[in-house]
Structure formats: C-alpha cells, structure tokens
Design a protein around this ligand. Structure first.
Ligand code: UD1
Length: 421
C-alpha cells in the first residue's frame, strides 16, 4: 500500500494546471450508456474511480480505448446483462448512476445497492424515488435494486426534498429518454451537473435550466454518441490554491474558472490572502502571506462552500491566527481527518457536525498519519507541507481515487513530496 512522504519547509511557487473533474467524468461516462455507438471524451482524469467505472461499463457490454493520456473512446452496444454487480458497485458509490441510463434505454436494470461509506450513510432513497416518479417499479431484493418499466419512462414533475448531485444526475439521464416533459425541482446546481447536461445535449437531449434549481427535460426517442471535453476539477483547483496559500507561497492555478470555486476564494480573501482572478480566463493566483486569520465556514450545496473542500480548508485554518468554526451540513460523518490533524499538533475540537479549530501560528509537527477518505488524504498532504519534519501519510489509495498525480503537481511547485511503497 503506497504512502506519501511530505517534507515541510518549502514555500510553493509557480503555475499548475488542473486535470479534468472526476465528479463530471463519472456521470458522463455512465451517460454514454444512453446512446449506442462510439463516444469520444477528452480531458478525462486518470484515476482509480475512472478505472472502476470503465470496468463496470465493460461488464455492461461497452468497449473502451485510450487514444492518448486523457482521451478515450467508448463504444456502446446493447448489453447481454442489465446487472451492475456488487463487486463493481461497492468499489465506488457513483456506480449507482448506471440505474437511470439502463432503465431509460432498456426498460429494466438490476443495480447493487452501494452499501456504507466512510463519510456517512449516504442513502440512495432519492435516486429510487426519482425513478419511481418517472413510472419505474423498483423492489429491493438480496442487496440489489431491481427496476423495471413497461414501455418508456414517463416524464413528470419531481421535487427533491434534499439537494442531491447524484440523484439529479440519475433522473436527468433517465428523463432524457423518457416520454414527455420532466421538471426536476430543487435540482442540484453543481457545475458537474451542468457538464453532464451539456454532454446529454450534445447527444441530442433537450434540456434547459441546468445550473439552476429547476431543470426541464423534454424527452426524446433516441440519443446519438458525440464528443466532449470534461470540465476542469474545481476541487483539485481549490486544493492546489490552498497548497500555495498554506506554505506562504505564490501559486497560479490554471484551467478552472474562479466562479466554480468562488466560495473558497471569498473565504480565503476574508482570511487575509490576496487572490487575483481573471473574469475572461480560467486563472486564479494566490500571493504570499505571512499570516492569516481564522474564519468560519459552513458547507452546503453549490454555490456555497463545498463539502469536498472542507477538510483541506481545515488544514489551512489549523495554522491560522485565531479560531475558526467549521460546520459540515452535507454529510454526517465527515470529520475523520480531525484526529489525524490532531496527531500533527492541530488544536481541534469536533462535536457532531461542528469543529472548532484553534489556529497554531507556530505551526504543526510531522507525524505518521492515515488517510481515511479521499478529501481527508488531501488535507493531510496539505498539513504535511507545513508540519515541521517529515509527515508520512499512509493509505494513499484514497487519494488516487480522486486526484490525478497530485504529488507531481505539487513537485512542480517545489514541494518536497514523494510516493513510497
Ligand atoms: C456527490 C459528489 C461528492 C460530493 C457530494 C456533495 C460525485 C461522484 N460525488 O456525491 O464528491 O461530496 O456530491 O457535493 O459527484 N442523500 C440522501 N438520499 C439520496 C441521495 C443523497 O439522503 O438518495 C443525501 C446524502 O446522504 C447527503 C446529501 O443528500 O447528505 C447530498 O448527497 P449527494 O449530493 O447525493 O452526494 P453524491 O451525489 O453521493
């Protein structure tokens, strides 16, 4: 199992370009199931979760071929089996996104329930309700959701009681091939939902309102394969910006529009960082700072502060001047990194969904720590950049699920970081 060895003491300087977004690439890969033939996708990040998705698509009859390091073709044929097996779904919750496309295209699907997850229960009840809203009959048997519909799914109005990214993506894909109009209310507004909608539109779907809380879909009878370049990863962009900031360095993050991670930028500015961004180009620059102050954040759906940057922001606050109150409202168990940060000397008191971080301006001290989930791994790497000595982050496979060569990007900026077996 690989570890990451991070040495402190270097301010990061330079430019770095972010990769394609995992959370956009995954639903878009699943959306290819809606249209037989050859799809062409560019800017696809090379990650464990992408490999797991391709494995699942292969089990559903698709063939794929990498054309270059980040571009691939996927050729979709009618699958022999409409079952997404537990062995493949349990590796990655997002696999449940194959439900909508399979059901819409073939009128049935058998998809394993994803099971538990480190950051909380993460139920899929809203995905199921959404499919039922389009007329599907769904039963839960032996750990699987068995869904079917006589004929085509029927468009209708569906109100999500909680904003859900995956739930919105599942119904959006299903509604694209349903009969008549679907109105999705309280839809997730995340940029990744917009990227998915853009690919569906490229395939011939009729969608309006994506990026707002009401999405309208006029169902069509068939979709055709198309090509698309995956949007840049705003979570990786935010992670790299924090890496520059936490080391007191000067870093330019390229490729991702500031508007996709504005909530982070505003909080960093409030904390005392000078940050420039361009309205016309996807460039954000953080300037060197000697100190910054603790500020409070509350995670919430887009465009508010993303839960996927909460752990990384906590590392920044762990070495700020004063106190920061971090409130997690999206997932119920997303503070597992706290105890690891405490091992590095951070002063943090978590209670239920609130963590009080008392910044240590004198810095942190290196220690062996363990990654517990994807974003927690990134937060420990960031803390390692400023924890005096050599921090060893184990279980780095979590990081590999969602970051493409993070250590390489940090090395480019001057960080002393290396992977070791
Ligand atoms: C996606 C992202 C993940 C991010 C999260 C929130 C992908 C592949 N993953 O996850 O990185 O942290 O959005 O921005 O895009 N919920 C229910 N029932 C459901 C579905 C969700 O109660 O059927 C709840 C969840 O438990 C959670 C909240 O809704 O409390 C939001 O979850 P959701 O937006 O669905 O997250 P994911 O799509 O799983």
């Amino acid at each position: 199992m690989d570890k990451m060895i991070v040495k402190s003491g270097k301010q990061l300087f330079g430019e770095v370009t972010v990769s394609g977004a995992k959370n956009a690439a995954l639903p878009i890969l699943f959306s290819t199931l809606l249209a037989d033939g050859k799809h062409f996708l560019k800017n696809v990040p090379r990650l464990k979760d992408i490999d797991s998705t391709l494995e699942l698509l292969k089990s559903l009859g698709c063939e794929y071929e990498w054309i270059d390091s980040n571009s691939l073709t996927i050729t979709v044929h009618k699958p022999k089996s409409l079952e997404a097996h537990y062995d493949l779904v349990r590796k990655m919750r997002a696999s449940f996104l194959c439900l909508g496309p399979l059901l819409a295209k073939y009128g049935e699907a058998v998809v394993s329930l994803p099971g538990g997850c480190a950051i909380g229960a993460r139920p899929i009840n809203l995905h199921l309700d959404a499919m039922k809203g389009l007329g599907a009959e769904i039963t839960l048997e032996e750990g699987y959701a068995k869904a079917k519909i006589n004929g085509r799914l029927k468009g209708s109005t569906f109100l999500f009681e909680t904003s859900t990214v995956g739930g919105t993506e599942n119904i959006l894909m299903a509604a694209s091939l349903a009969e008549g109009e679907t109105i999705i209310e309280n839809a997730a507004k995340e940029p990744e939902v917009v990227d998915l909608a853009n690919y569906l539109i490229a395939m011939g779907a009729k969608i309006t309102g994506h990026g707002t809380s009401i999405i309208k879909v006029q169902g069509v009878e068939y979709l055709k394969p198309s090509e698309h370049s995956i949007m840049a990863d705003r979570i990786e962009a935010g992670t790299l910006l924090i890496a520059g900031a936490i080391t007191g360095g000067e870093v330019i993050v390229k490729g991702c529009s500031y508007s996709n991670y504005e909530s982070l930028i505003l909080k960093m500015q409030e904390s005392g960082f000078k940050i420039d961004f361009s309205h016309s180009e996807p460039i954000v620059k953080v300037y060197p700072a000697k100190s910054w102050k603790g500020v409070d954040i509350t995670t919430a759906p887009h465009p508010l502060f993303p839960t996927d940057l909460q752990a990384q922001f906590m590392s920044l606050m762990a070495v700020a001047e004063g106190t920061s109150v971090i409130t997690e409202t999206v997932f119920e168990n997303r503070f597992m990194h706290v105890q690891e940060l405490v091992r590095l000397g951070a002063d943090i008191t978590p209670k239920s969904r609130v963590a009080v971080v008392r910044g240590k301006v004198n810095g942190l001290t290196a220690a062996p720590v363990m990654a517990t989930d994807l974003r927690a791994s990134a937060c420990l790497v960031l803390a390692g950049l400023v924890a005096e000595g050599e921090t060893v982050v184990s279980r780095i496979y979590h990081l590999d699920r969602g970051y493409e060569n993070l250590e390489g990007k940090l090395q480019t900026l001057g960080a002393q970081i290396k992977r070791a077996p």
